[in-house]
Design a binder for this molecule. Structure first.
Ligand SMILES: Cc1cc2nc3c(=O)[nH]c(=O)nc-3n(C[C@H](O)[C@H](O)[C@H](O)COP(=O)(O)OP(=O)(O)OC[C@H]3O[C@@H](n4cnc5c(N)ncnc54)[C@H](O)[C@@H]3O)c2cc1C
Length: 398
């Protein structure tokens, strides 16, 4: 067992650090208020940052950093440890390091896609030319995706799509949808859905942004009215979409934005050192020290899961259990960190972004609200515990 990085990995970390410092605008810390493991404050989902993010993706593509974990034949570096280092550094800076396209769609296509699908989509994803949104949830289907109603009907070379998706993060700024639709309503559960790529510009698509709890339009409701989807856009096989989405969800669950935890802790430690409370630095207050130490330990535990998962993937394993552990522990920790931060900042922590009295630029009041989103998106905490119970502990399904 070796707990250190190689010299090459350390150099790579430095290279990403230098890139982040050069490429992020000088006022980035003021603008980007991403809360660790939250879904509602990701700068990559905000319209305001679209142009900047589009350009950043192209730059990352030129450096080969959108495909770090991919095999070399698809332009990758074949290293999930390096990918994890990259994400750690970029999320520390609250920067959008990648996108649904390279973090979720690309790896899923690599695993389940046909050669033609790989040829058509992977190079473009790797170059950072396009962005996806995830079309799984519907008004009456979230945890139970077998009950979706969006219907795709076979029409020769194409499918005709009708239905509605909801909570579709980033649909308003993306180029393509990654849609799960019912193709055989009479099939047994999990055997009648198909995953397909849908051009956002197709006639018949209506996208309506929804404002989230933080006042940011990060997600949408999306309607499909007789949308034509070429059959060549099927991911995996027809009626095997449920399995493909389980793979895609696994990749999504790895996406914890771990560096942002470290960043919040650093900022809270700095705040405690600089702030006077009852005539002495807050850093000398036993309750504050207690909360900071408790958070430091839990963040270290999260890093333990994080590096282990990347290491397992480099050994060729598909980390079904680890992805659920990471997602569950990370998003619940995002909530705990928000609670601890709010208590450390006191009443001022509740002030909104924009108030001159709001500590840490209003980050904590926003993060406190956004932290409710993490344990719900990409499969709720209860669903993750169910996976851990069956896959990890070998308990029966019901
Ligand atoms: C900020 C945010 C962004 C999102 N972005 C997207 C997106 O881009 N694309 C997308 O498709 N969806 C997205 N979602 C939706 C998300 O995937 C669903 O909200 C989630 O899967 C839960 O579904 P639901 O809300 O329908 O709740 P339900 O499935 O109705 O669940 C309600 C409650 O019942 C519990 N429950 C349900 N089933 C079980 C079970 N088997 N065992 C134990 N408890 C159970 C749940 O844990 C939950 O507490 C997003 C959600 C959030 C919060």
């Amino acid at each position: 067992m070796n707990f250190d990085f190689t010299e090459e990995e350390k150099q790579f970390r430095q290279e990403v650090e230098d890139f982040a410092k050069t490429e992020l605008p000088a006022d980035w810390d003021e603008k980007a208020l991403y809360w660790p493991a939250g879904y509602g404050t990701l700068p990559g989902l905000e319209k305001e940052f679209k142009e900047f993010h589009d350009e950043l993706l192209l730059k990352l593509g030129r450096k080969g950093w959108l495909t770090i974990g991919w095999p070399e034949e698809y332009g990758g570096m074949n290293s999930m440890i390096k990918h994890a280092i990259f994400d750690d550094v970029m999320s520390y800076h609250r920067a959008p390091g990648g996108d649904v396209s390279n973090a979720i769609a690309g790896p899923t296509i690599l695993l389940v896609g046909s050669d033609d699908l790989k040829k058509e989509w992977l190079p473009r994803i790797g170059r950072g030319e396009l962005r996806f949104w995830l079309g799984y949830s519907e008004p009456n289907a979230g945890s139970d995706l077998a009950s979706i109603k969006t219907r795709a009907v076979d029409n020769g070379d194409e499918f005709i799509l009708n239905g509605q998706k909801i909570w579709s993060s980033g649909a308003h700024i993306a180029d393509y949808a990654w849609v799960l639709a019912k193709t055989d309503p009479d099939a047994p559960r999990y055997a009648g859905e198909t995953l397909m790529i849908v051009d956002n510009k197709s006639p018949g698509i209506t996208i309506r942004p929804i404002e989230n709890i933080c006042g940011i339009c990060s997600f949408n409701e999306v309607f499909f009215d007789d949308v034509r989807v070429p059959k060549k856009n099927i991911v995996g096989e027809v009626n095997k979409g449920f399995y493909c989405v389980m793979m895609a969800l696994l990749y999504e669950r790895l996406f914890v934005g771990i560096g942002a935890f470290r960043r919040v802790l650093d900022e809270l430690v700095e705040f405690a050192k600089e702030t006077e409370h009852n005539g002495q630095p807050l850093a000398k207050d036993p309750l504050t020290r207690d909360k900071l130490a408790a958070m430091a330990i839990e963040i270290e535990i999260l890093y333990g899961f994080y590096w282990k998962t990347a290491w397992l993937m480099d050994k060729g394993q598909v980390p079904v259990l680890e992805a659920s552990v990471l997602k569950l522990f990370g998003t619940e920790l995002g909530r705990k960190l928000a609670g601890a931060a709010m208590e450390i900042l006191g009443m001022y922590g509740q002030l909104k972004r924009g108030s001159k009295w709001a500590p840490l630029r209003g980050l904590v009041s926003l993060g406190y609200m956004d932290s409710v989103s993490g344990p719900i998106g990409a499969g709720t905490s209860e669903v993750q515990r169910g996976i851990i119970a069956t896959r990890g502990l070998g308990l029966p399904r019901k």
